[in-house]
Design a protein around this ligand. Structure first.
Ligand code: 0RA
Length: 638
């Protein structure tokens, strides 16, 4: 980096403090950014972008461009007010230098004059600076351009005025090259991941245009949503039939923070509520979600009672009023407390009441003003309530007959002798013949086999009461031990690895999708807990003389074919049933040799969309998905 430093800076008490601060960050980066792997690396971008988003939230910035450069450096440009460059009240450092070099400057900066807009983040720039080989900040303000350059967080000079800015231009440009002595896995930024996150920010910050440019691959994507979270809700519902065209929307600044809610009902039986605190996806909910849920239940019940939809002491449960609901709850608060193992749960108690009163008031008014929408929603809730009652009766009946409890395990289940769930596995196998091979091939000490016959029903299109009438599903729930719905209890799970094993053909993949949908909709906790896996049976066996190999992918097949030469004989395995028990054990079930793919719901929003697209009732999008992905599906035997 070019430097124009004039004098060696004089060290005073504050610069020594700064050096100690930077050293602390470099010594224990994990304390500040979580980790130094891919995730931590992306966190750097997040810290810088968040500052620009704060400027947008304060109403001064409507464009942010993030560029991934070929050398691994990243530039974030915004058109906000520009970080102040004049001298900080104490000492002779500019505000810019303080923000870039002092830990926890920004949000709590100054107290008086400068407070990072919104005051939500603004703690991160100095951390990013400390963890960067070099960093350069340019500020456009008052017709001039200023610049300061740093190496591993240390300024190479004071802030310099490097020339005029374009007339009227204002904003901040930060470029940093993450330090590869800290991010030892390299600077491999993930375009899709960043784009997904930008999309979310754009939905949550109405009117902000976010652009991601990738100079490594010549790609560029922009996100801008005029309707903010109303657009978000419409997007989530785009493949569903909605009960009312116009989503409900409320926004209010309260003493606990800003509250924003949008919701729209559709005719499905599922729920997709997504919550955010300071633009961070709170996948495990928290106080804002609780406030929202109680307000929704209360407001709808109040309206239904007042207007004669409910009689006597009848009431709708929380589950009833959330059936077919798509909602976004977004709050912005001064000092968010993120709790839980993955920090995905909001803990601020004061926001619960704030969300509750905003929704009570605004939703109450919305229902009064839109009686036709209110009627449609309440009729849907009443149907849900009746179905739930029917499901409860069905469950009781089944339980009395010994259908869902673990004392009466299904006859088709070949259980294992291991009783500690930690060490036990359940293979859910398609078809009786494959089930037979699996039963003979397994290690019965810890592997249980449950063969399922034919297709289970498409759970997206059915309610729990109907689903529980399905034998295959009942058998599965009984084997798992957890029950479903209100009675679900993850601690009763009898196997900590649940492995779906289906044929490598179209039917197999259909059954797998049906099973995944069922787990996602009704036993999602098990996916969150990392219990669900997909077995990987081989596609071919290749033989040549004495050489033999199992092959699991097309690429592997080509490689083996050329290795084995012309005499190679290829045998295609279409179904699990074509393998004898020993072969099934060797290729697909032996923990020492098999490959299992863990099912994750990393991004609940994305998963929700995919399931919905594949399984929902709107036909055209599904067709499109299959067409656009058809090229990738080489393993399918059409
Ligand atoms: C402190 C005060 C002001 C703006 C900012 C910080 C600011 C910070 C960042 C970080 C990235 N982009 C930014 N844009 C602005 C307000 C100064 C004023 O009153 O003009």
């Amino acid at each position: 980096m070019a430097t124009t430093a004039t004098k060696t800076p004089k060290y005073d008490a504050s610069s020594i403090q700064i050096l100690e601060g930077l050293e602390a960050v470099r010594k224990r980066p994990g304390m500040y950014i979580g980790s130094t792997d891919q995730r931590g690396l992306h966190h750097l971008v997040r810290e810088i972008v968040d500052n620009s988003v704060d400027e947008a939230l304060a109403g001064y910035c409507d464009k942010i461009v993030v560029t991934l450069h070929v050398d691994g450096s990243v530039t974030v440009v915004d058109n906000g007010r520009g970080i102040p460059v004049d001298k900080h009240s104490k000492g002779n450092k500019s505000a810019l230098e303080v923000i870039m070099t002092v830990l926890h400057a920004g949000g709590k900066f100054g107290g008086g004059g400068y407070k990072v807009s919104g005051g939500l983040h603004g703690v991160g720039a100095s951390v990013v600076n400390a963890l960067s080989e070099w960093c350069r900040v340019e500020v456009r303000r008052d017709g001039k351009t200023y610049r300061q350059i740093y190496e591993r967080g240390v300024p190479l000079s004071k802030v310099e005025m490097i020339g005029p800015s374009e007339p009227g231009a204002h904003g901040t440009t930060t470029t940093f090259l993450a330090d590869t002595t800290i991010f030892t896995a390299g600077l491999d930024y993930n375009y899709e991941g960043l784009a997904g996150w930008f999309r979310e920010i754009a939905y949550l910050t109405r009117g902000l245009k976010l652009t991601l440019v990738d100079e490594r691959t010549d790609r560029e994507t922009s996100f801008y949503f005029e309707g903010g979270i109303v657009s978000f809700v419409r997007h989530l519902n785009r493949n569903r039939t909605v009960l009312h065209d116009k989503p409900f929307y409320a926004q209010k600044e309260t003493s606990a923070g800003m509250v924003e809610v949008a919701l729209q009902y559709n005719d499905s039986y599922g729920e997709s509520t997504h919550t955010f605190a300071n633009n961070i996806n709170t996948a495990d909910g928290g106080t804002h979600l609780s406030g929202f849920k109680s307000a929704l239940t209360r407001t709808i019940n109040d309206y239904a009672k007042r207007n004669g939809f409910l009689k006597g002491d009848e009431s709708l449960s929380g589950d009833d009023v959330r059936e077919g609901l798509t909602a976004i709850v977004s709050v912005k608060l001064q000092d968010p407390q993120f709790e839980g193992q993955t920090k995905g749960k909001l803990g601020n108690a004061e926001i619960a009441g704030a969300v509750q009163s905003v929704v009570n008031e605004a939703l109450g008014a919305f229902l009064e003003e839109n009686p036709q929408i209110a009627r449609r929603v309440i009729e849907k809730c009443l149907t849900a309530s009746r179905a739930r009652e029917a499901a409860r009766k069905a469950r009781e009946l089944v339980q009395r007959k010994g259908g869902l409890d673990s004392f009466s395990l299904p006859g088709k289940l070949a259980d294992c002798s291991e009783r500690d769930p930690e060490n036990a596995e359940l293979y859910i196998v398609e078809g009786d013949s494959a089930g037979g091979s699996a039963k003979q091939g397994r290690d019965r000490r810890f592997q249980a086999i449950l063969p399922l016959r034919g297709k289970i029903l498409n759970v997206e299109k059915a309610r729990l009461d109907k689903i529980l009438q399905n034998n295959e599903i009942r058998t599965m729930i009984t084997a798992l031990g957890t029950s479903v719905g209100e009675q679900f209890d993850a601690s009763k799970l009898r196997y900590h690895r649940i492995i779906i094993m289906t044929d490598a053909d179209v039917d197999g993949s259909h059954i797998r999708t049906l099973l995944l949908t069922f787990f996602y909709r009704h036993l999602e906790q098990l996916i969150h807990d990392g219990r669900l896996y997909i077995a990987q049976p081989p596609l071919y066996r290749i033989k040549s003389g004495k050489q033999e190999a199992w092959v699991y992918t097309e690429a592997e097949r080509e490689q083996r074919m050329s290795e084995f030469g012309e005499k190679a004989e290829v045998q295609r395995y279409k179904g699990l049933g074509e393998m004898n028990p020993d072969q099934l054990w060797e290729t697909t079930m032996d923990p020492a040799q098999r490959t299992l793919v863990k099912v994750t719901v990393d991004d609940a929003v994305a998963a929700d969309e995919t399931f919905d697209m594949l399984m929902g009732s709107a036909v055209p999008p599904r067709k499109k998905f299959i067409q656009t992905h058809a090229r990738e599906v080489v393993n399918l035997d059409v």
